[in-house]
Design a protein around this ligand. Structure first.
Ligand SMILES: Nc1ncnc2c1ncn2[C@@H]1O[C@H](COP(=O)(O)OP(=O)(O)O)[C@@H](O)[C@H]1O
Ligand SMILES: [Mg+2]
Length: 244
């Protein structure tokens, strides 16, 4: 049984249908990337999985049970954490406070325990440890992204949804964010990674799907996607170099 499966998912914003029947499945332990141009429906897919948008058709199953009608709080309690596009930190809280808030789905956890766990996050993201007490608004884009991913991990998710973690970051920081994704996977967390940076995403993913205006265009293993000239030219930015 897949950990997550989308079956003919249809999502609308009022009159506008953004997803026209998308089917995706993710096995436990995989990193799966969802690629596609701006406006293809990638963020919409993640918002539907995390319950922020309700499907107009089709189904979303987590471990074989439909979660399509559940509220976002119930979905995060099941173990699905969403790191949204644009990071969305609390600007007036410190990095550590933002990170600790990620545990709010787990009920009452002692403050000392939260501090210990946030220290573990600083082990995983040593670059932000010096900024533990820095307010969110003062952090750089890359630091904010690392805090946002750490906050997602504090939920102890079984499935982590990452929406364009590399967006707007300098190449050296993008490298760091992707090496953290590889580490998250090594620790056994399943990841659905939305990206426009196809080359980087396919370098860490087990499989990829490409969305084109609300429909799946193609899917496969990274090597299969890269070895298809048409797919590469149409969907992966036309780059010639191989992933990894
Ligand atoms: N809040 C919204 N209201 C209306 N249309 C939206 C809204 N958010 C996204 N859309 C539309 O849905 C489609 C998919 O958007 P989105 O999921 O954000 O794409 P992506 O994340 O792949 O860039 C686009 O046509 C976009 O204009
Ligand atoms: Mg998006």
């Amino acid at each position: 049984m897949p950990l997550l499966s989308l079956e003919g998912l249809v999502v609308r914003y009022g009159e506008i249908e953004a997803l026209h029947g998308v089917s995706i499945s993710i096995e436990a332990g995989e990193v799966v990337t969802l690629l596609g141009a701006n406006g293809a429906g990638k963020s919409t897919t993640l918002r539907a999985i995390s319950g922020l948008l309700k499907p107009a058709g089709g189904d979303i199953q987590f471990e074989g049970k439909s979660i399509a009608a559940l509220a976002p709080e119930a979905i995060v309690k099941l173990g699905i954490a969403h790191v949204p596009e644009g990071r969305r930190l609390f600007p007036g809280l410190t990095a550590r406070e933002n990170i600790m808030l990620g545990a709010s789905n787990r009920g009452r956890v002692a403050k000392a325990q939260l501090v210990r766990e946030s220290d573990e996050m600083f082990d995983l993201f040593p670059d932000i440890r010096p900024f533990a007490d820095t307010l969110g608004w003062m952090l750089s884009g890359g630091q904010q992204q690392m805090v946002a991913v750490a906050r997602g991990l504090m939920a102890k998710p079984r499935l982590l949804l990452l929406d364009e973690p590399s967006l707007g970051l300098a190449p050296v920081i993008v490298q760091k964010v992707f090496s953290i994704i590889a580490e998250i996977r090594r620790r056994g967390t399943t990841v659905l990674l939305v990206e426009q940076n196809a080359r980087m995403a396919l370098s860490v993913a087990d499989r990829g799907y490409v969305l084109e205006t609300g429909r799946l265009a193609v899917s496969g293993k990274p090597a299969e996607l890269w070895s298809n000239d048409e797919v590469r030219a149409a969907y992966l930015g036309g780059r010639i170099e191989k992933a990894g």
